[in-house]
Design a binder for this molecule. Structure first.
Ligand SMILES: [Zn+2]
Length: 222
């Protein structure tokens, strides 16, 4: 797996990230690589300013953090673990999501969770994905920045689509690299359903696609 900076400036990398999202990603990463490991990682990927200095847990854009910064952390984790470390990166994504689920009741609505239990598996999965996509779009719009997350039916699976993906903004890669999102999607779907579902990234901006696309299966693993 080879990750590099895009030769031309990627406008997506200059968009702003919601502060709390960087905090949760750093906390998730710290849990997996340890505090010292994370310090090394941050220093070697141009993210020194976050060492012992995590952003506040606010769902606001302060303008201090870009999607490009988030992609540096994502690329740093992949480099840290190497290609064989996919499961570790997915784990980091799952931990990131745990913080998000605890603190983001607008997206992870407990009342909706109870009602969803009556739906078939495929509709339960769609409900979580719609809630994530709508929640992200709404939060960014409230902060004066338009991002486009959407969900499409691909027949055998649901497609979760991100036109301005924070995990690979400004990067090129020989293979899809946004494994952290596999973790957040898996954790979110498990939160609602109590079961495990397969998630795979099938298109990635870093490999030249127009969007990052993850397919989420409609039925749980046996
Ligand atoms: Zn991506």
């Amino acid at each position: 797996m080879e990750i590099k900076d895009k030769p031309q400036q990627d406008p997506v990398a200059s968009l702003y990230l919601v502060d709390a999202y960087m905090r949760w990603a750093l906390l998730g990463a710290e849990e997996v690589v340890g505090k010292q490991g994370l310090t090394v990682l941050l220093r070697s990927h141009g993210l020194e300013r976050f060492i012992d200095n995590y952003p506040p847990e606010t769902l606001k854009i302060s303008g201090n953090i870009t999607l490009g910064d988030y992609a540096k952390l994502s690329a740093g984790l992949l480099t840290f673990f190497g290609r064989a470390g996919k499961s570790m990166v997915v784990r980091t994504g799952r931990l990131t999501s745990k913080y998000a689920i605890e603190k983001q009741s607008a997206v992870y609505n407990v009342a909706a969770k109870t009602a969803a239990k009556l739906l078939p598996w495929g509709m339960q999965v769609k409900m979580v994905l719609d809630s994530m996509a709508d929640g992200y779009n709404k939060l960014y719009a409230e902060n004066g920045q338009q991002l486009h997350f959407k969900v499409e039916d691909r027949g055998h699976a649901w497609a979760f689509i991100s036109l301005e993906c924070p995990l690979c903004a400004g990067k090129t890669s020989d293979v899809p690299m946004c494994w952290g999102r596999i973790g957040t999607l898996k954790e979110s779907v498990t939160w609602l359903t109590g079961r495990e579902f397969e998630v795979e990234e099938v298109e990635c901006r870093a490999t030249g696609s127009v969007a990052c696309v993850w397919e989420v299966s409609k039925s749980p693993r046996e």
